[in-house]
Design a protein around this ligand. Structure first.
Ligand SMILES: Cc1cc2nc3c(=O)[nH]c(=O)nc-3n(C[C@H](O)[C@H](O)[C@H](O)COP(=O)(O)OP(=O)(O)OC[C@H]3O[C@@H](n4cnc5c(N)ncnc54)[C@H](O)[C@@H]3O)c2cc1C
Length: 969
């Protein structure tokens, strides 16, 4: 059996020789005895699991750590089983051209999809370069699960749905090649209460997105897949139209489709680096603008960011091009690093097991996923494939992925680590215990620091695009990824109808490419795949690398820290008995870490602490450490002009004023949400949220050059001063009294009105103070040089505790306060698909300032269209759940008069309003007319949370302090 399985003459891996002839039970007995006699034990039921699985044996060409013989070429046989030997169709041309319009590096599923979609969109002269053979990186061994259920993101769900359609119908129709898609269905099991709650929430959101998911009983699970042990199963979530595809066949169909649209594909060509306008001589310009690409691709990239102008090959040759796309899979990081482009994806071990054939296995049984047992299972080659996503993954080759010799490769499995997971998997599929193992496969897959893929244009080089770090969803989302990136490349900007904020390649910071960081985080990201995504979930690894100057002081106040873009930042504080207790944390109250241990979708154990912080800010004064905020000094003769060109508001007015503004793209859609303070003529402070750090500085740098002022360079410098200033926000009606006690500067409303900024003296320090709020109260933001931060903090706390009832407050309170006021947060409730009018921020637009602003004409046109059509068709609105008990997190579905309308984009709990609050984008159905007061008041509104419905209130005005008078007193 074993020999026939590897009948193509590949070297049989040691592990397969060891285990193939024995039953799994025998294997583990031997394993106990010979390899890990004492430490073998069952893994706890702590919930995490993975899928994965694949076709290891199908295409493997050799030994345990690498094999590089290509699949035989020139023919194509397709099959709907990934275990069927599949040969690639390749017409190999080995001579590269001297130039191309777009060069795509990497012939896996992702590069092939990008190339296919570029061709389909009419981009000409596209060249796909693969250093070995198509699919030979990671794609060849993927399991090919195609499940549209499971994500709380519109973008991911839409990508999954499109990819399924691409494999099932579009590609076969266009190319005549099958992608091996089998419409066998998909079932997700819930066997504990939290998973049931989680999947119900996901199911309701997925239905809104058009996924036909049905909750089924354990009996129905068994009817559909009789080998599943269902004693403890509470429900299944079934999507009939899902199934599985053959990754190799899908890639080959994409390549055929690409060729049909004129794409040139060459195997056996390795890209060694890129050439850019920075290394070319001064007269070297990038042609750009032709071949179906936007004109934005042309020019030299002077000033801010250099442009890519081609690639260098390992052979020493160069190919000139307008655009380069890095789709190099697990090699993408090191390829990017060679030209300073940050692509922090990291390979990690990923496993599946294939049994010998088992009698009566029906190949048409659905794919079943049981994340509580780290498992997915599906028929494969007459037996079963058991894919595993262990709770803690292991990164692989952190220093560098071998450049050569790891094609069609495999990693020797780690039995010590994986044994307990296999045992747990067998409990769900007992029949597998009695079967021999045909293959226990481990292959590398790339994971990213935050679990989202890396897609889009790099911040470091213009016209250098990336699609990598698929987090084990490369087959499932590959079609969508290719479509989105191809549109991005063609137009020179992200598609206006795809929210790319979570996956934008420019979001990462340099420290996330630190090898130790990657090593620790990649395993955690893999482990998260099958964990319940609790609302307060946060990373455990790589903690403590970025700390505020106040960290120790706040820890002594019993702060519970969360990871905020790598910064440790208080989420909430558990009380302490008295000030005397701050060193040892008071005995009456447990440390915050203890309070926070239990995760749930219901009220957390620290709900009352959160509520107290919220109320202290509403009624007294609260201190927030906001040091993680991104801060940039923009200095130089043209800095005001540069910032005014980018900003909707006039930010270059009086000195000593802070201005809330938006940055838009040319189509009037949102790019960033920030404040700009004019400190002096030619000297500005730009402050943005932590998640937008890189995007904001990238946009500034890009506009320094040709994009901002034609071919002219602005005379301005940008300094990242995030780490140089600690930021304390003092907020609440009593904040003025407290601050006035600590400074001689007159803080009265007349002398220091709303939006005023000044340097004030506090103790021995000088601090920049801005009167502004993000919670809807009187309040101040203090920017303190880090060396004075502790001194100023101590002064505030001493006076605040003594006379003003000061309370420390964390980000949970900030979230609940801002949600009550309806303040927006870019990347959470506002994104790049939104028009400024629709999110209600057009009040920031100054249409009359002489510089104009990017997006101005589009905003005016949008306003005209709205007026002509009788009103707004989309509007961001607040909702309040009328029942005080249920919580909103994100993704819950809003209904009006029995119709689904939209999901909750972001949410919190309104401790002042007395119920959960959220922000939702209402969209008009034609029969209902515009989104206005009567649309809201005439509807019967309810919110679907899990399987329950609750009446709710919808409002187009802030539910708390609608006129904003509290912040202006
Ligand atoms: C065991 C296992 C099971 C999996 N199961 C699933 C599943 O069920 N569903 C799912 O969606 N995903 C699954 N995955 C993940 C999926 O396989 C990957 O996400 C996907 O294949 C990544 O595709 P890619 O094109 O980014 O990378 P790759 O397939 O690795 O392609 C990158 C290509 O770039 C080439 N290249 C690299 N550097 C250069 C260079 N300098 N010059 C030229 N060419 C270069 C490489 O040779 C390679 O062919 C699984 C992964 C594993 C390991």
């Amino acid at each position: 059996m074993l020999r026939s399985y590897f009948r193509r003459g590949a070297e049989v891996a040691l592990v397969d020789r060891q285990i193939a002839a024995v039953t799994i039970a025998t294997h583990y007995r031997e394993y106990h005895e010979h390899r890990r006699p004492r430490r073998f034990r069952m893994h706890g039921d702590d919930g995490s699991d993975g899928g994965g699985g694949g076709t290891a044996s199908t295409m493997r060409r050799g030994g345990r750590s690498s094999s590089s013989s290509p699949p035989s070429s020139a023919t194509s046989t397709t099959s709907n089983s990934v275990m069927t030997t599949t040969k690639t169709t390749t017409t190999t041309t080995t001579t590269p051209p001297s130039e191309a319009n777009v060069i795509v590096i990497g012939g896996g599923i992702v590069g092939s999809s990008v190339a296919y979609h570029l061709g389909k969109l009419g981009v000409t002269d596209v060249l796909l370069l693969e250093k070995h053979h198509l699919t030979s990186g990671t794609t060849w061994h993927a399991a090919g699960l195609i499940n549209t259920f499971g994500s709380l993101s519109h973008t991911s769900t839409n990508m999954r749905r499109y990819t399924r359609e691409l494999y099932e119908t579009i590609l076969p129709n266009e190319t005549g090649m099958s992608c091996g898609y089998m419409n066998v269905g998909f079932i997700e099991l819930a066997s504990d209460a939290d998973r049931l709650e989680y999947y119900r929430r996901v199911a309701s959101f997925n239905r809104l997105c058009g996924v036909d998911v049905r909750e089924i009983t354990s009996e129905e699970v068994r009817e559909r897949c009789p080998i599943i042990e269902t004693n403890d199963v509470m429900a299944g979530f079934y999507v009939e139209s899902d199934g599985r595809a053959n990754p190799t066949d899908a890639t080959m169909a994409l390549v055929k489709g690409a060729r049909m649209n004129g794409v040139h594909v060459i195997e056996g060509i390795s890209v060694s680096g890129v050439i850019t306008t920075a290394d070319a001589d001064a007269s070297d310009t990038n042609g750009g603008g032709g071949g179906g690409l936007s004109r934005r691709h042309g020019g030299r990239g002077v000033g801010g960011v250099p442009k890519v102008t081609g690639v260098t090959l390992s052979s020493g040759e160069t190919i000139r091009s307008n655009v380069v796309v890095n789709c190099a899979g697990m090699w993408a990081r090191q390829l990017g690093e060679r030209c300073g482009v940050n692509v922090p994806n990291q390979a990690a071990e990923h496993y599946y097991l294939i049994t010998e054939p088992i009698r009566d296995i029906d190949p048409n049984w659905p794919v079943v996923e049981d994340s509580s047992r780290f498992l997915y299972v599906r028929p494969e080659g007459g037996g079963l494939m058991l894919g595993l996503f262990e709770a803690e993954g292991a990164s692989w080759n952190v220093d560098a992925i071998p450049e050569d010799g790891f094609h069609y490769g495999r990693i020797e499995p780690n039995f010590d680590r994986m044994g307990p997971y296999i045992e747990k998997a067998m409990e769900r599929v007992p029949i597998a215990r009695n079967s021999g193992i045909k293959s226990f496969f481990c292959g590398p897959e790339s994971f990213t620091p935050d679990g989202y893929p890396i897609i889009g244009e790099s911040s470091e080089l213009r016209n250098y695009y990336v699609a990598a770090g698929m987090n084990s969803l490369g087959i499932l989302t590959g079609g969508g990824v290719g479509m989105v990136l191809a549109r991005w490349i063609k137009d020179g900007r992200a598609p206006h109808d795809v929210d790319v904020t979570a996956m934008d390649a420019s979001r990462f910071k340099k420290y996330q490419n630190n090898p130790r960081y990657r090593e620790h985080r990649a395993g955690e990201t893999l482990g998260n795949t099958y964990k319940v995504h609790y609302p307060d979930r946060q990373p455990r690894t790589c903690r403590g690398g970025r700390r505020s100057a106040l960290h120790d002081r706040l820890a002594a106040r019993n702060a519970f820290f969360r990871d905020v873009s790598g910064w440790e930042s208080p989420s909430w504080y558990a009380p302490i008995s008295s000030d005397d207790d701050i060193d040892g944390i008071g005995s009456d109250f447990p440390p915050a870490e203890v309070v926070a241990t239990r995760q749930s979708f219901g009220r957390p154990d620290w709900f009352n602490h959160w509520s107290d912080e919220h109320n202290a800010c509403r009624n007294g004064v609260a201190l927030f450490d906001m040091s993680f905020m991104s801060k940039f000094a923009v200095i130089g003769r043209d800095s005001g002009e540069l910032l005014n060109r980018l900003s909707t508001a006039n930010v270059d007015g009086d000195v000593g004023v802070i201005t809330y503004t938006q940055w838009l793209n040319e189509s009037g859609r949102m790019e960033a949400d920030l404040t700009v303070t004019k400190i002096d003529e030619g000297h500005f402070l730009v402050v943005a949220t932590d998640t937008q750090h890189n995007q904001v500085v990238t946009r500034l740098r890009r506009h320094l050059g040709e994009e901002g002022g034609g071919d002219r360079r602005f005379d301005a410098s940008i300094l990242d001063i995030t780490g140089a200033y600690c930021q304390i926000n003092l907020q609440g009606p009593k904040s003025r009294d407290l601050l006035q006690e600590l400074t001689a500067h007159d803080l009265s409303n007349d002398a220091f009105p709303f939006r005023k900024v000044a340097e004030i003296d506090m103790g021995y320090a000088r601090v920049m103070c801005a009167r502004i709020t993000y919670v809807g109260e009187l309040g101040y933001e203090l920017y303190i040089p880090v060396e004075s931060a502790v001194h100023v903090y101590d002064l505030i706390v001493e006076a605040g505790m003594r006379d003003h009832g000061l309370r420390h407050a964390g980000l949970r309170a900030l979230g609940s306060l801002r949600h009550e006021k309806g303040y927006r947060d870019y990347g959470h409730d506002v994104d790049n698909t939104d028009h400024i009018l629709d999110v209600g921020l057009d009040f920031t637009c100054d249409f009359n300032k002489p510089s104009g602003f990017i997006g101005r004409e589009a905003v005016i046109e949008h306003k005209r269209r709205v007026a002509a059509s009788g009103g707004m068709s989309k509007r961001l609105a607040q909702i309040l759940v009328n029942d005080a008990m249920p919580l909103l997190h994100h993704g819950e579905v809003l209904w009006r008069d029995g119709n689904r309308i939209c999901e909750v984009r972001s949410a919190s709990y309104g401790h002042t309003l007395g119920g959960a609050v959220g922000l939702c984008m209402l969209e008009r159905r034609e029969e209902n007319g515009p989104i206005d007061k009567s649309y809201v008041s005439d509807g019967v509104w309810s919110i679907e949370i899990g399987k329950d419905f609750y009446p709710c209130t919808v409002s187009l005005r802030p539910l708390y302090d609608p006129t904003g008078k509290r912040s202006k007193v």
